[in-house]
Design a protein around this ligand. Structure first.
Ligand SMILES: NC(=O)C1=CN([C@@H]2O[C@H](COP(=O)(O)OP(=O)(O)OC[C@H]3O[C@@H](n4cnc5c(N)ncnc54)[C@H](OP(=O)(O)O)[C@@H]3O)[C@@H](O)[C@H]2O)C=CC1
Ligand SMILES: O=C(O)C1=N[C@H](C(=O)O)C[C@H](O)C1
Length: 274
């Protein structure tokens, strides 16, 4: 069989904040062909997704029918579904893509650890690559790696994530992944110094099994930001990442589309494919 010239791509959640950036990036990528743009907003169904994304007409109408798009993509070669939708629907969409032989590249956050495990088993059985990437920006990977290093030397750490107030899930996928990356067997963070009592529920944030605190802020005016604060007697070490434009995620998204093609199982995190 002749090698395919471009990667057929389905974008799920195409009309959303991330979806519109992805449409611009995919249509500009020479090695990818946009096959379908899926969204559920009735007001935009049938409209040209290029017009909605602001990159000019691309003659792909917005449709709500993910399954038909997966069938079409699969018929055009080894295909990829990029998903930026909603925590409530992402599990079923990933299962559907794998069932149709289409490789999922998942930016949508909010999957539970159990769901990720099940999807990994499903992808493994189907021998289909799948990437779940809580954050596609290189700056966040570097912040997480610096935090991982610092966690070897500090016993006290709290994460503050700050996002726009349209965000459905809390804490952010990035904060959860960051906390996971700091975990090592046998280490409990933030050993209590006094007996604390919360006078308002949630004042001290949520706590991971190994004691890392995560605090979530939601405000208009924010995009996506995270601080990792390490404390020790006499010093504070603060790492911070700020997103000022969602374009920052696109190099990571396009890299993930290329990297998922030869995979036969699920990988979690951009750091694993750089
Ligand atoms: N991994 C990463 O680097 C990043 C991840 N994200 C994550 O991506 C997700 C989307 O974020 P964002 O773009 O800001 O959100 P938006 O709400 O702006 O966009 C989501 C889009 O998906 C549509 N949608 C929701 N459910 C479905 C469905 N079942 N089928 C088809 N379309 C659907 C929405 O339609 P409607 O408006 O009608 O609901 C909307 O158009 C979130 O989970 C967010 O946390 C965001 C930024 C970066
Ligand atoms: O909803 C967002 O905006 C973002 N979601 C991701 C997350 O939950 O970590 C990635 C980034 O923080 C932007």
């Amino acid at each position: 069989m002749a090698a395919q010239s471009t990667i057929p791509v389905v974008v799920n959640g195409a009309c959303g904040k991330m979806g519109r950036e992805v449409i611009k990036a995919v249509t500009a990528a020479e090695d990818m062909t946009l096959v379908a743009a899926i969204d559920k907003n009735p007001a935009v169904l049938g409209e040209d997704i290029g017009e909605i994304a602001g990159c000019g007409p691309v003659e792909i109408p917005v449709t709500p029918d993910l399954e038909a798009a997966l069938v079409q993509a699969q018929s055009e070669g080894l295909a990829v579904m990029i998903d930026f939708t909603h925590p409530d629907t992402i599990y079923n969409s990933v299962r559907a893509a794998i069932a149709y032989g289409v490789r999922p590249v998942v930016g949508t956050t909010g999957l539970t650890a159990d769901q990720i495990k099940e999807l990994a088993e499903f992808a493994e059985k189907a021998s289909i690559g799948c990437l779940i990437i809580p954050n596609f920006s290189i700056g966040v990977v570097l912040m997480q790696q610096a935090a991982q290093q610092a966690a070897q030397y500090f016993n006290h750490v709290e994460i503050i994530e700050l996002h726009h107030n349209q965000k459905a899930d809390a804490p952010s996928g990035t904060a959860i992944q960051t906390a996971q990356m700091l975990s090592t067997p046998d280490k409990a963070f933030n050993p209590a110094q006094v007996e604390e009592s919360e006078k308002m529920t949630g004042a001290r944030g949520s706590t991971t099994d190994d004691g890392i605190r995560i605090h979530s802020v939601r405000l208009p005016g924010l995009i996506a930001h995270q601080e990792v604060l390490f404390g020790a007697p006499g010093q504070l070490y603060t790492l911070r990442h700020d997103t000022s434009d969602r374009a920052c995620y696109m190099p990571g998204v396009l890299l993930a589309v290329r990297r998922v093609m030869p995979l036969k199982s699920l990988i979690y995190g951009l750091d694993k494919i750089l």
